[in-house]
Design a protein. Structure first.
Lengths: 222, 357
């Protein structure tokens, strides 16, 4: 599903955020990405989404060699990937419902189908009663859950979540992880970036550990 | 804990919440798209989804159209200003064109009625005059030749000038017989007219020939020059409209930067992102065109009364022609297309710069 071949990323500033990273993720796997702040977790996820391009090496996702992806195909490629962004990326000029509906509208789903799926997704993150609210009126954790609902609403084959539980209390954090695990159980590949070590221990899944852009650990933690 | 969270009855305590949640998970298992299965299900499904796509596409078009219009109406003053700027840029050349059309029509009627008056010598008899008329009527460059005897000429003079009384006091008819020649001219052909004039004056029976065409020619020339000028002006103003709309759209794009980033990240195509801005440009153009049509209608209505009075003074039936309904629609259409074009240029220049980072 995902393959990084000797991937390095040097930003325009000259800072090397990733250095010679090699790993492979099978379809249907669930894994975690960890490391200190600034280790390069978000950078790695952005490369999977083709928000950033490697300065060196190759990235393959879902059978596509990303460096050779035609510009016109990028939107369709992204529709298969659900993303929970570290900074939510919600739009504050529309309701929670409209935020979650965005991936479906963009993909051209019929109106009734959108309604059904959005409500199902909001129900999963327990925000059904907030669908008419503006996300700006929600708490940080609620906003994060809206982002999660938006990421899963399109039933993607690959789910990327960057610090999805950063603002959540342990109880909610567990519920979200359960949700992700359920997705994984029906075949979705799930990749979660976090520096919550407790969470990593509890989940007992494969972990990629980054230190200053280098991949120093690959496997189950303990 | 979050005691303010709604539906507390569903989660009486932490334990209960977990249980509740897992129960729910059993009730409604999360089931992502079984994609490979869906693909292998064949033609029937792909056909309906094709229809759905088309429906969604047209729905997005009408949504974008309505939403971008509502957005413009949300800031009415600002939009009205843009509309006015566009309207003035559109109305100015349109007004000049219409004016020239009117002037040209006046010139046309005068040119049509232009005739060569051939004054015959005093001693030419009625027979000789009519013979001459007959011969000239045969000429290929003559459309019509009319003989007016000196008596008829006097009658007409009495009727037409209002000086009948004075004419009655004349002992002798001072007017010569006249042959009125309507030349056959294709368009404006001053050369033909000149040679005809030469031929007519060469006849020994002719005393004088009047060809009062010079000013018609000058008017023609003037209008040709003026039309070129208006064309250049219209071109410059159209460029101005493109720039105004392009700049307005550029600001709209900047204002919606976040939205563009997010929809691109969730898989919006360029066409999808472009659409609302193109409609915004279209609405600016169409709105400007409508205001321009209204301005022109008011302007011509305001002018038409004095112009009619003026024409009446000259016993002319000339009436100022403004834009009719179809022409107004064309004006709005042209303005709309210009707006769309301006938006397209702005979108092409600025939208691709916004890439998710
Ligand atoms: N657009 C950019 N331009 C220049 N440097 C960048 C850019 N984005 C990230 N970096 C740098 O790259 C490094 C890795 O950043 P990244 O966002 O991947 O870290 P992270 O592991 O996600 O950290 P955190 O846990 O705080 O989210 C950081 O030192 C950051 O300063
Ligand atoms: Mg990060």
């Amino acid at each position: 599903m995902i393959r990084f071949e000797n991937v390095s990323k040097r930003y325009d500033t000259g800072y090397e955020a990733l250095a010679r990273v090699d790993f492979e993720v099978e379809a249907g796997e669930m894994l975690f990405l960890t490391g200190h702040s600034g280790a390069g977790k978000s950078t790695l996820m952005k490369m999977i989404l083709l928000m950033e391009q490697p300065s060196h090496g190759n990235v393959f996702v879902d059978g596509h060699h990303l460096a050779h992806m035609p510009k016109g195909q990028l939107p369709y490629f992204r529709r298969n990937i659900g993303v929970v962004f570290q900074n939510h990326q919600l739009l504050f000029d529309r309701t929670v419902y409209d935020n979650v509906a965005l991936p479906l509208q963009v993909a051209g789903y019929p109106h009734q189908e959108i309604g059904k799926r959005v409500r199902a997704a909001l129900d999963k993150v327990d925000l059904l009663d907030k669908e008419r609210s503006n996300p700006i009126m929600l708490s940080g954790g609620e906003q994060q859950r809206v982002g999660i609902a938006r990421a899963v609403v399109n039933k993607p084959t690959l789910l990327l979540a960057d610090e999805p539980t950063g603002n959540l209390d342990p109880e909610l954090s567990n519920e979200i992880m359960t949700l992700f695990r359920q997705f994984n159980e029906v075949g979705t590949t799930v990749m979660v970036a976090t520096h919550d070590v407790e969470l990593l221990k509890r989940m007992n899944k494969r972990v990629l550990g980054l230190v200053q852009g280098k991949l120093v650990h690959d496997g189950v933690l303990w | 804990m979050k005691p303010q969270r709604p539906k507390p009855e569903r989660r009486p305590n932490r334990m209960g919440a977990t249980v509740n949640r897992s129960e729910r998970a059993v009730r409604e298992p999360v089931r992502p798209d079984p994609r490979p299965v869906a693909r292998s299900q064949g033609a029937v499904q792909s056909k309906t989804s094709w229809r759905d796509k088309l429906d969604a596409w047209s729905a997005h078009h009408s949504n974008s159209a309505i939403e971008s219009l509502l957005r413009l109406l949300e800031t009415p003053l600002q939009s009205l200003m843009t509309w006015l700027v566009i309207a003035i840029a559109v109305a100015l050349p349109a007004a000049l064109f219409v004016m020239f059309n009117n002037v040209q029509q006046v010139g046309q009627t005068w040119q049509d009625s232009s005739q060569i008056s051939v004054f015959l010598k005093k001693d030419v008899t009625l027979n000789q005059g009519q013979d001459l008329r007959g011969r000239w009527a045969q000429r290929p460059d003559v459309a019509q030749a009319t003989y007016v005897s000196s008596e008829q000429a006097l009658e007409e003079f009495k009727r037409g000038s209002g000086l009948g009384e004075l004419a009655n006091h004349l002992d002798e008819n001072p007017l010569p017989a006249v042959i009125l020649i309507k030349p056959k001219i294709g368009g404006n052909a001053p050369d033909v007219l000149n040679s005809l004039q030469q031929a007519l004056i060469a006849d020994p029976l002719v005393a004088d020939v009047r060809l009062d065409m010079l000013w018609v020619k000058r008017l023609h020339q003037f209008i040709t020059v003026a039309e070129r000028f208006v064309m250049a002006l219209a071109g410059l103003l159209a460029l101005g409209v493109l720039l105004v709309i392009g700049n307005t759209i550029r600001m709209a794009i900047e204002n919606r930067r976040d939205e563009i980033l997010v929809v691109k990240l969730v898989g919006a195509t360029d066409a999808y992102v472009r659409r609302p801005f193109l409609y915004t440009g279209l609405w600016y153009g169409v709105g400007g065109g409508i205001v321009a049509a209204i301005l022109l209608a008011i302007g011509f209505w305001w002018l038409s009364a004095p112009v009619t009075q003026l024409a009446d003074l000259y016993q002319s039936t000339f009436r100022l022609q403004g834009l009719n309904f179809i022409e107004s629609l064309q004006l709005i259409l042209i303005a709309g297309i210009t707006g769309l074009l301006g938006a397209w240029i702005a979108v092409a220049r600025h939208l691709y710069l916004i890439q998710p980072r």
